[in-house]
Design a protein around this ligand. Structure first.
Ligand code: NAI
Length: 469
């Protein structure tokens, strides 16, 4: 036993784990963070949110240079893609940020233990060290923040070369001629956008009869129209039941969900993006008696404690939206409660953003959810085509949609398709956090000209009094 004095040992150094570690250290808890990847930041920083946003930004610049800049009177010569430089820039962004997290742990005096952690018994974390050997850490509390992994699809075996998950799709050595994306969720649309902008023909095959399940239906429909205009092809209501790989490419068997003849679709590269599942392998949870639900998520109570006293879990490996910012919030609240404070996460107010262009963002209830719950609501909408800043920027696709309680006017949901929707949404999240009515937003002064004015106008529209439409 190398040390018997940790207040908290965290397994997993992603946004859930490392943020919890820093907060715990701020609160005076002696903390260690165990991570086996060899770099901190988890899926988000290493192979998820951050590298995908770097490529989304770079590919958008390429698409802009090829097309839209000319609309602004900026004429370029031949625009060429240097994929190597684009990838190297992405890798540098990731490298700098992961090193930044390591610095933050050091600064806060969190011990960063590089290796694979498991829990042989409550109060003990065994680490198979990356550098060889093993170490056992004693801990008053153990927090599992091991995240999630891509859900496999039966009959479609991932090799990360021709059939890839999001990890492989961030590393392709050349632009595929035809990229088939399985799943019209967040990953499928973001990475489909990247490769489409860089010149690939992209077909998205989706099981459901809509894209972006979970987002507001009307906004999702508009998003599909905009992406189609950009060149993405959609096959909704279809499922992939098999894949054969050859040197020349991949042949997929695709069937209509409602039944009908299967057909073959060929692709150079296939991206499997049918969701993610909790990653808890090798922790020893079964032997400990920690209960999992039917989908493999660790069961926790409102204090994030598992069914084993002293063992806690947060982030993607517990139920709830699988998002970095939700994991961070779980982690902070969990350790604040461990330190004797009180805490609470409002899971109704977890914002969701899809970083296509335009972006899709939403918080609170969708129209479908309100209908299903039988809630009487009012709707206010405002299109970006009527927003002056969007027009000056030539970014007029999309709208802001506000859903408010018919009786009390309390804002119940805000959904945006539009330029920088993810950033614009922040005001709506804050407003909802304070229990705002749509009138509160409508009476708030918004600077002019700004995209955010579309939020004010949508709020005015709830009462039928938008000015600019
Ligand atoms: P997702 O759950 O967003 O979408 C998966 C899609 O695949 C769904 O539309 C589903 O109906 C479809 N699907 C499932 N089985 C299928 C089949 N056999 N054939 C065809 N379609 C099928 O999952 P995704 O995109 O893989 O993302 C995983 C997680 O990562 C999500 O929880 C997401 O929130 C998170 N993420 C978040 C990002 C962000 O916040 N911007 C970016 C990327 C991922």
């Amino acid at each position: 036993m190398s040390d018997d004095s940790y207040d908290l040992v965290i397994i997993g150094g992603g946004p859930g784990g490392y943020v919890a570690a820093i907060r715990a250290a701020q609160l005076g808890l002696r903390t260690a963070c165990v991570e086996k990847r060899g770099s901190l930041g988890g899926t988000c920083l290493n192979v998820g949110c951050i590298p995908s946003k770097a490529l989304l930004q770079s590919s958008e610049k390429f698409a802009e240079a090829k097309g839209h800049l000319a609309d602004h009177g900026v004429k370029l010569g031949k625009v060429l893609l240097d994929l190597g430089t684009m990838m190297a820039r992405k890798d540098k962004v990731v490298g700098d940020l992961t090193k930044g997290v390591e610095f933050l742990l050091r600064k806060n005096k969190v011990d960063y233990v590089q290796g694979a952690g498991s829990i042989p018994k409550p109060g003990e974390v065994a680490v198979a060290l990356n550098g060889g050997g093993a170490e056992t850490l004693a801990a008053k509390h153990i927090l599992i923040a091991t995240g999630s992994e891509s859900t496999p699809l039966a009959g479609v075996e991932v090799d990360e070369k021709q059939i890839v998950t999001s990890t492989g799709a961030l590393e392709l050595a050349k632009v595929p001629g035809h990229l088939v994306v399985i799943g019209a969720g967040v990953i499928g649309l973001e990475l489909g956008s990247v490769w489409s902008r860089l010149g690939a023909e992209v077909t998205v095959i989706e099981f459901l009869d809509r894209i972006l399940p979970g987002m507001d239906g009307e906004v999702a429909k508009q998003t599909q129209r905009v992406l189609k205009k950009q060149g993405l092809a959609f096959r909704l209501g279809h499922k992939v039941t098999g894949a054969k790989t050859a040197k020349s490419g991949v042949t997929l068997t695709v069937e209509p969900v409602k039944g009908g003849a299967p057909e073959e679709v060929t692709a150079d590269v296939v991206l499997v993006a049918v969701g993610r599942r909790p990653y808890t392998e090798g922790l020893g949870l079964e032997a400990l008696g920690a209960a999992l639900d039917n989908h493999g998520f660790i069961q926790v109570d409102e204090r994030f404690q598992t069914t084993v006293p002293g063992l806690y879990a947060i982030g993607d490996c517990v139920p709830g939206p699988m998002l970095a910012h939700k994991a961070e919030e779980d982690g902070v609240v969990c350790v604040e409660m461990l330190a004797g404070q009180s805490g609470h996460v409002d899971y109704n107010l977890v914002p969701g953003v899809v970083y296509t262009w335009p972006e899709v963002a939403g918080v609170g209830k969708t129209e479908e959810a309100l209908k299903e719950a039988g809630v009487d609501y009012k709707v206010g909408k405002f299109p970006f085509s009527a927003n002056s800043r969007a027009r000056t920027n030539a970014e007029t696709d999309g709208m802001v949609k506000i859903l408010a309680d018919a009786e009390t006017d309390k804002v119940l949901g805000v959904h945006i398709l539009g330029p920088l929707a993810g950033d614009i949404l922040a005001e709506a999240v804050l407003a909802m956090e304070f229990g705002a009515s749509s009138e509160d937003i409508a009476r708030t002064i918004h600077s002019h000209p700004a995209m955010g004015e579309a939020v004010k106008e949508a709020a005015l529209a709830v009462a039928g009094r938008a000015i600019h439409i």
